[in-house]
Design a protein around this ligand. Sequence first.
Ligand SMILES: [Zn+2]
Length: 193
Amino acid sequence: MAKKDLEVEKHVLDPEHRKLSKEEKTEIMKKGVYQNIFKKEFTGKYMIPKTEIRFSFIYNKSFNPSFSSQDFIKLKKDSYPFINLFKNYVQEILELIASNNKPWEREYIPVYIVFGKINSFSDPLTLSYKEDHKLLLLILIHELIHNNLTKKYKDTIELHKEIDRIYQKVLISLNLQNFEEAKKKYNKEHRGF
Ligand SMILES: [Zn+2]
């Protein structure tokens, strides 16, 4: 990459979101790879996908045939505190993933919460409900990182090494209070130590 290109890239990913000059914007616009950032009116920030927590009865039922309407009410009620946690942190998480990896290409990422003995996965982003909402937030970060990666990886080990690299950087910048226990659990379940 030419020195000038590197400079442009640095500006786009500038965590301070400083305002770019007209010349700088034109320069970046020429580079197709960053076009997604400018689809909407340029505000000085790169594009951050819209996210929201979604609940679907049918979706739950597809994983867990005995899932009842009472279970559905309970799942939604139990998830309230997690939704608050999500609202507090998701914007910063999305920005940190972009600045530590690459600009987002997806404009909308719905986050489904389901209840049952299944693992969380990234597409459609589905979180398997856990009583430990802090752990659930860490798993959300993991699954969101999956959604920011577009390269092909040799295998899932190589892919998860890359996820772990970005996850660590996001966590360093994110000011999570009293997450020590959740982090330990995450490390045990998702990082193999
Ligand atoms: Zn994964």
